[in-house]
Structures are given as C-alpha cells and as structure tokens.
Write a protein that binds this ligand. Structure first.
Ligand SMILES: CC(C)(COP(=O)(O)OP(=O)(O)OC[C@H]1O[C@@H](n2cnc3c(N)ncnc32)[C@H](O)[C@@H]1OP(=O)(O)O)[C@@H](O)C(=O)NCCC(=O)NCCS
Length: 91
C-alpha cells in the first residue's frame, strides 16, 4: 500500500511511503521519500507513524526496512534497530 502526504495549502505530493505485507506478522517498508524542501519538518515521521498504525491495526508485529546508508540516524530515532541488512521495529 502507499501512504502519501500532500501540502494542504499548495496541493502537491510532498512525501510517500510504500508498505508491503511479507507474511502474517511481518511488513516491509520499501520506500520512504520526502521532497527535499519539506525535509526535517516531521513529514517522514508522520508517514512512518501512519505505517506503524496500519500494521498494528492488522495485527502485524514486525516492520523491516532495508535502510539507505544516509538514513540510518532517522530509522534509529524512529525506534528501529539494525539487524543485518535491515532496520527492524518490533511492535
Ligand atoms: C529520510 C527522510 C525520509 C526523513 O524525512 P523527514 O521528513 O526529513 O524526517 P523528520 O522531519 O520526520 O525527522 C525525524 C527525526 O529524524 C532526523 N533525521 C531526518 N533525516 C535524517 C537523516 N537522513 N539522518 C539522520 N537523522 C535524520 C530529524 O532531524 C528528526 O530528528 P529530531 O526528532 O531529533 O528532530 C528524508 O530525508 C528523505 O526522503 N531522504 C531521502 C530518501 C531516503 O533516504 N529514504 C529512506 C531510505 S529507506
């Protein structure tokens, strides 16, 4: 599924997250991207929080993300832990 954020005053897509169910308990974030000029304003966090809520509502217990090297600090701040090639959040 795709979770998207738009700028309410100037409607355009400013961020999106692609979430995929791997099996009954495990979900995978494939892509998370926020438009350059909207970064560091909480949009990425909002998208991740919506993804977490979506997974919780469907009784999932794990979210994996294969993190881009530049975003390691972001995933750690969101509570993900590095396990091999993934960042993992246990719900
Ligand atoms: C990574 C990305 C999604 C973050 O989005 P954002 O809207 O800027 O994130 P937020 O504003 O919600 O930031 C939340 C916290 O993470 C920090 N943070 C954001 N990007 C970071 C980064 N690349 N590295 C380290 N910390 C980062 C913020 O400073 C903020 O910290 P704070 O809570 O102490 O203030 C965005 O920079 C992006 O689209 N990057 C390019 C694509 C990418 O790397 N995607 C992830 C690959 S899977």
């Amino acid at each position: 599924m795709i979770i998207a954020e738009e700028d309410k005053e100037n409607p355009e897509l400013i961020g999106y997250l692609l979430l995929h169910k791997k099996d009954d308990d495990v979900w995978h974030i494939h892509t998370l991207n926020v438009l350059d000029s909207y970064r560091k304003k909480g949009i990425g966090s909002k998208l991740v929080e919506k993804a977490i809520q979506h997974v919780k509502n469907r009784k999932g217990n794990t979210i994996l993300v294969q993190s881009d090297i530049l975003a390691h600090g972001f995933w750690r701040k969101k509570g993900f832990e590095k396990k091999g090639k993934y960042y993992v959040l246990r719900l």
